[in-house]
Design a protein around this ligand. Structure first.
Ligand SMILES: Cc1cc2nc3c(=O)[nH]c(=O)nc-3n(C[C@H](O)[C@H](O)[C@H](O)COP(=O)(O)OP(=O)(O)OC[C@H]3O[C@@H](n4cnc5c(N)ncnc54)[C@H](O)[C@@H]3O)c2cc1C
Length: 462
């Protein structure tokens, strides 16, 4: 065998797996057909967050006059912005190459395909290994009639390229990707509309948190149409005319300059030769695994977006570590919570169950909430919209879920994730001193509220 382990794909899942396996003494290669760092570093998490930082800076500047500071009209140098964003990506992807070198992971550039259960074809090379980790990620899906042309109609990768700011921008899809780009383009000055098929944006989020985000984005001037289906589009003199249809069957037309199709992603499980070597790939292209990340063929692991939802980088990383450690002979299993964040302004972050999920699971739920309007720190930051909601088990007081809509909610949620991993109760959260004045106090206050002893809000138990 050429290697102990070959990882296919160098996204966050793949590169974490390759490095950890090498740290544990395995001879490792990582095959990558595209850009090192995968979707996350090149066209996903990182470049979107760079643009969102710009968006948040613009928003801050706009509202600074509320407290007596005026900057005047901002000017945008899109070439400089593009170069800055590209520079961050280059630094990080170069960093992964360096990490591979340091850990002695061989990077093999090319497309991998199984020719038998222990051999991959990569270009004209045949590479054999004792074990494999499939980390081939996912790709955007499109909707009929809205084929991506990279100009009028783009996917998330196209939306990252800012050669000009469209006057009117339409996001099809009201979940993380659609909303993050809606936020960016609104801050850059576009007139933004979001169309979501289901009855509310971020349908997987807790209903109260989703509502709070909806209100905050609407207040920023973003038009959100829920329960609305994009039916067709055509190019007209005025722009791209998109026909949408409400639940009542009533049709409407929205004319825009750019349409982002952000209706989901499909896993890259097909076309790798997996089925030919006996690995089960489901009809959608996911490669099912056990909690050790092994497929039904035990020496072939699958991690990240190609294995299962949620399609999030940190979940891919953790699964990568589990697969690598298991392949190196360690007794490990994947058994952790997955926090999720939408990096809009404000951010929506959550971990654990929504209130509806907890009720459906049969818990006698105990809920507490805290509006940011009652936070001294939020006030001092000029933040009005936002909330913290905690959900506990009425019988044991264990924390079942936390949902935060606030600036920096993505950072705040880490405390809740740790609390839940450690089996903390709402009482523990309420009893923990939180530094004052910080937004983190919201978590403590929401937990106090759940126990009817909040200081800054009325204690009406729900
Ligand atoms: C616009 C956008 C924003 C996002 N923002 C966030 C965020 O803020 N936070 C978050 O957690 N997640 C975010 N995500 C999701 C995140 O990017 C993915 O969950 C993550 O990249 C999945 O990692 P992965 O390792 O499974 O696969 P990927 O990152 O998709 O990497 C897979 C790699 O495998 C390679 N590959 C595929 N097939 C082969 C083959 N046959 N041979 C060799 N190589 C192959 C591909 O070229 C690719 O480089 C975002 C996604 C998008 C699109």
């Amino acid at each position: 065998m050429d290697y102990d382990l070959i990882v296919i794909g160098s996204g966050p899942g793949g590169y974490h797996a390759a490095i950890r396996a090498a740290q544990l003494g395995l001879e490792v290669a990582c095959v990558e057909k595209g850009d090192v760092g995968g979707v996350c570093l090149n066209v996903g998490c990182i470049p979107t967050k760079a643009l969102l930082h710009v968006a948040h800076t613009l928003e801050e500047g706009k509202h600074a006059s509320d407290y007596g500071v005026s900057f005047g009209e901002p000017t945008l140098d899109l070439k400089a912005l593009e170069a800055w964003k590209a520079g961050i990506v280059k630094k990080l992807t170069g960093g992964v190459r360096q990490l591979f070198k340091g850990a002695k992971v061989e990077l093999v550039e090319g497309e991998a395909r199984f020719t038998d259960a222990h051999t991959l074809q990569v270009g004209d090379r045949k590479l054999s290994a004792k074990a494999f980790i499939v980390a081939t990620g996912s790709r955007p899906i499109s909707i009929p009639g809205f084929e991506i042309d990279g100009d009028r109609i783009v996917d998330s990768t196209g939306a990252l390229l800012l050669s000009e700011v469209p006057k009117r921008f339409l996001a099809l899809g009201g979940s993380a990707i659609g909303l993050e780009f809606a936020d960016v383009y609104a801050a850059l000055g576009s007139e933004v509309t979001v169309v979501e098929l289901l009855d509310r944006i971020v349908p997987t989020a807790d209903a109260d948190a989703g509502k709070a985000l909806h209100q905050a984005l609407a207040k920023r001037g973003i038009t959100i149409k829920t329960g609305t289906k994009a039916v067709s589009q055509k190019k007209t003199k005025a722009g791209t005319e998109v026909t949408v249809e409400g639940k009542d069957g009533k049709r409407d037309k929205i004319v825009v300059d750019k349409v982002l199709v952000a209706v989901g992603r499909a896993p890259n499980g097909k076309g790798l030769g997996l089925e030919e070597i006996g690995v089960v790939v489901d009809e959608r292209g996911y490669v099912p695994t056990s909690d050790t990340m092994q497929t039904n063929v035990p020496h072939v692991y699958a991690i990240g977006d190609v294995a299962r939802a949620p399609l999030l980088a940190h979940k891919a990383m953790k699964e990568g570590l589990v697969a690598a450690e298991h392949a190196a002979g360690k007794k490990v299993a994947y058994d952790t919570l997955v926090p999720a964040v939408i990096y809009t302004n404000p951010e929506l972050a959550s971990v654990g169950m929504t209130e509806a999920e907890a009720k459906e699971a049969g818990f006698d739920v105990r809920v507490g909430s805290f509006p940011l309007a009652a936070s001294g720190r939020a006030m001092a930051m000029g933040v009005g919209a936002g909330m913290v909601k905690v959900i506990g088990d009425g019988a044991t007081d264990l924390v079942l879920g936390v949902h935060i809509v606030a600036p920096g909610a993505g950072d705040l949620i880490a405390e809740a994730a740790l609390a839940m991993e450690m089996g903390t109760t709402l009482e523990d959260l309420a009893a923990t001193q939180h530094p004052h004045p910080t937004l983190s106090e919201g978590l403590m206050e929401a937990a106090e509220h759940a126990h009817g002893k909040a200081i800054h809000v009325a204690n009406k138990r729900r």
